[in-house]
Design a protein around this ligand. Structure first.
Ligand code: PMV
Length: 326
């Protein structure tokens, strides 16, 4: 039996604006997906959590298992475990794909290869989502730490690679970067989940319509880009007060774009007094919010008092890794 795990992610800066070429920053979180696999001897078919695998239901798994097949062609039994809530913008499907790559690499007697996992999982996400997938979730989950995605190569960051993908006859290109952040002891992220599922495509369409009917509002997307660059610089300098301010400012612009929700606003209001900065994270319309805080327990309590589910994440959650199979 082999076992691998990969973290979820949250977006610190730049959601929505990134669709229009602005930089966005994601970071890995402590919540992870774990994949265990072993040869399936009893039934001569691939199985997932005790049932015969349905390739139409498990699109990511199907894509990856056919590209990283075990050398002996033996069917496998895949067990999925994890603490990342589904469909909440925290990258659970990306983490599942990345962890599966790590487990299959081990079955094939190969060294764990986060770069291969990042590329294959991105392709699996694109396949599962009908072409539309940015490499943000899968790169952050594979590599861990901070990942900046942009249409341009950003100065002052460590360039990783350029990813190109053909989407319905159109070539899309993303530049991936990382950087080292100075996070002082005692500063954590708190993620609060509204429990309401937001639809990423509906929220992206809503912003597209807003820009179409009122092109002047593109300025707000540029503002988010400027806030993101400033936030990244403050992370590099270790100025957590400035990072917190940038998070809150980013939220105010997202709210004015209409992608927040009453549930998100309630959790954000509750978390703000004990935090350095607060914002929604991901597409919005529900989903999750984040708080940068020196008082994580207090912030969690405040969010839970308002009916949200909250958890604490330290920074620097490791990317794809082997787990002890015993
Ligand atoms: O819902 P999430 O966390 O996958 O975030 C979507 C981010 C958007 O910028 C809104 C869309 C995108 O494709 O980048």
């Amino acid at each position: 039996m082999v076992k691998a795990s990969a973290p979820g992610k949250c977006i610190l800066f730049g959601e929505h604006a990134v669709v229009y070429g602005q930089p966005a920053l994601a970071c890995s979180i402590d919540q992870r997906m774990t994949i265990e696999i072993e040869s399936e001897k009893t039934f001569n078919a691939w199985r997932v959590d005790g049932r015969t695998m349905d390739a139409k239901k498990h699109l990511h798994i199907e894509y990856i298992r056919t590209r990283l097949p075990p050398h002996d062609g033996q069917p496998m039994h895949i067990r999925i475990r994890g603490t990342i809530p589904k469909a909440s913008g925290l990258g659970s499907s990306a983490a599942l794909s990345v962890a599966l790559c790590g487990a299959l690499q081990q079955i094939r007697d190969e060294a764990i290869d986060p770069v291969q996992a990042s590329v294959l999982s991105h392709l699996a996400e694109a396949e599962a989502q009908g072409g539309r997938a940015s490499p943000m979730d899968t790169a952050t989950s594979s590599l861990g730490g901070f990942v900046v995605l942009s249409d341009a190569i950003e100065e002052g960051l460590d360039y990783i690679e350029t990813r190109t993908m053909d989407v319905n006859g159109e070539t899309r290109q993303w530049h991936l970067h990382t950087f080292s952040a100075q996070i002082p002891e005692g500063v954590a992220l708190v993620v609060g989940n509204t429990g309401v599922r937001g639809s990423t495509s509906a929220m992206v369409d809503q912003v597209a319509r807003l820009i179409e009917t009122n092109p002047k509002r593109k300025v707000e997307l540029e503002t988010i880009g400027a806030i993101a660059r400033r936030g990244i610089q403050s992370l590099q300098e270790g100025d957590m007060e400035a990072v917190g301010r940038a998070l809150t400012e980013n939220h105010i612009v997202l709210r004015s774009l209409g992608v927040s929700s009453p549930e998100l606003e309630r959790l954000i209001r509750a978390a703000a007094p004990s935090s350095l900065g607060v914002k929604m994270t991901g597409a919005g319309g529900g989903g999750c919010m984040i708080a940068l805080t020196r008082n994580p327990e207090q912030t969690v309590g405040a969010i839970e008092m308002e009916g949200g589910r909250a958890f604490i994440s330290e920074f620097k959650a490791e990317g794809l890794k082997v787990e002890d199979a015993n």
